[in-house]
Design a protein around this ligand. Structure first.
Ligand code: KDG
Ligand code: MG
Length: 409
């Protein structure tokens, strides 16, 4: 008898930070996993899956990945949005995991086979001042990273999103969601930032030389003309990319940035569908696609998106912070190994507690990631370990401007 989807499980666990994982089990006893984590809004996705998606999956044919994706996306009437797309992404990943396990192949083989032997990764170095930043870069180089994102505090301006806080005790470079009942409020001064960041890159190039690939994330904070100015002022420092320079819902705004700078641009970690990129890609306004498998609807639509981007020589730079679970990271690695237009993969080590819950086969050696050669995605969930870490509310910080208004990006 043909295999059917028999059971679904939505697991919310919090080993240091919250994760939402979908497990799908077939009538043949094969289990697939998918990541549905949406930082700060985890329970909304868990409910969307439990209450609206999982009941529709039971008895479906697990082999029909594309049909199931279209059924959930188009059949739901209400399309797009981070909650919907994270939920559909988890189904898509879990079904690919199952298909590859049944085929006894690592998933990348089903996506066309390896196009490279490993994936260039970048890590996050940050510091509230130059000595702290230099220490962080040194640590990343010692850990084998061959490309590094640089974030810095602005003197006299307090905590800034994306910069590890000294008071965090054990250094864990990117853990922006605070485990408390309301978001931390930071203050933000665009002029001070625009003046300071080029001096940081000047100092980093002077100390670490011209060859190390350097990246920077502006976290959507700039207007198009401010972003154009930043891109131009960073040109002497030869960035690998400038990320999320503006809130890119205003896709046409990127024309203005592009007209003024040759600094490569990466955009899209908050986008959910190929349609969010339509103008950015077809007008060649960006150089790297930042979406993750987890937030853009899964492996199937990310493959389509990257094929579209490839027509314009635009490459992947998939989102890979610690709020993408090891399941979502594994999915990104299989896809990145297979596609022709891979660019770079963001990678920060998950915490030891996270790695006790998610048992993985992917590796990071000599600055390169590899998904491993186990059948499927190569990730197992230790249910008992997961149950030991119940959900804890956590929120990303927000910011106010000097006059007290909520930020305008
Ligand atoms: O949940 C939000 C974080 O994932 C995001 O702020 C991380 O900007 C980020 C990045 O580039 O990893
Ligand atoms: Mg980012």
């Amino acid at each position: 008898m043909a295999s059917r989807i028999e059971r679904t499980d939505v697991v919310v666990t919090s080993p240091g930070r919250n994760f939402v994982t979908l497990g799908i089990t077939t009538s043949d006893g094969v289990e697939g996993l998918g990541d549905a984590t949406l930082n700060g809004r985890e329970l909304a996705v868990a409910s969307y899956l439990r209450d609206h998606v999982c009941p529709l999956l039971v008895d479906r044919d697990p082999d029909r990945i594309e049909d199931t994706w279209q059924y959930l996306y188009r059949g739901g009437y209400w399309r797009r949005g981070p909650v919907t797309m994270a939920a559909i992404a988890a189904v898509d990943q879990a079904l690919w995991d199952i298909k590859a396990k049944v085929a006894r192949q690592p998933l990348y083989q089903l996506l066309g086979g390896a196009s490279r032997s490993g994936l260039l990764a970048y890590g996050h170095a940050s510091g509230s001042d130059l000595p702290a930043l230099f220490d962080s870069i040194d640590e990343h180089l010692a850990a084998g990273y061959r490309a590094i994102r640089i974030q810095s505090g602005v003197p006299g301006r307090g905590a800034i999103y994306g910069v590890a806080r000294a008071s965090d005790g054990e250094r864990y470079d990117y853990e922006p969601a605070r485990r408390q009942g309301h978001p931390v409020e930071e203050t933000w001064d665009t002029s001070a930032y625009l003046r300071h960041i080029p001096t940081v890159f000047d100092a980093v190039r002077a100390k670490f030389g011209p060859e190390l690939p350097l990246l920077h994330d502006a976290h959507h904070r700039l207007t198009p003309i401010e972003a154009a100015r930043l891109g131009r002022s960073l040109e002497p420092f030869d960035l690998f990319w400038l990320e999320d320079c503006t809130p890119a819902e205003n896709q046409a705004g990127l024309r203005l940035v592009r007209e003024h700078t040759t600094t490569p641009l990466a955009i899209g970690e908050v986008f959910n569908t190929v349609w969010d990129y339509q103008q950015l890609i077809s007008e060649q306004l960006i150089d790297y696609v930042r979406s993750s498998v987890t937030h853009a609807g899964g492996i199937s639509p990310m493959k389509r998106l990257m094929d579209f981007a490839g027509m314009y020589q635009i490459k992947s730079g998939m989102h890979g912070p610690t709020d993408i679970s090891p399941v979502g990271m594994a999915a990104a690695l299989h896809l990145g190994l297979a596609i022709h237009n891979f660019g770079i993969q963001e990678y920060m080590h998950h915490s030891p507690a996270t790695m006790d819950v998610f048992l993985t086969t992917f590796t990071f050696e000599g600055g390169l990631l590899h998904p491993g050669d186990q059948p499927g995605l190569g990730v197992n969930l230790d249910d008992r370990a997961a149950a030991a870490y119940p959900y804890v509310p956590a929120y990303l910080p927000t910011a106010r401007l000097a006059d007290g208004t909520v930020h305008d990006w």
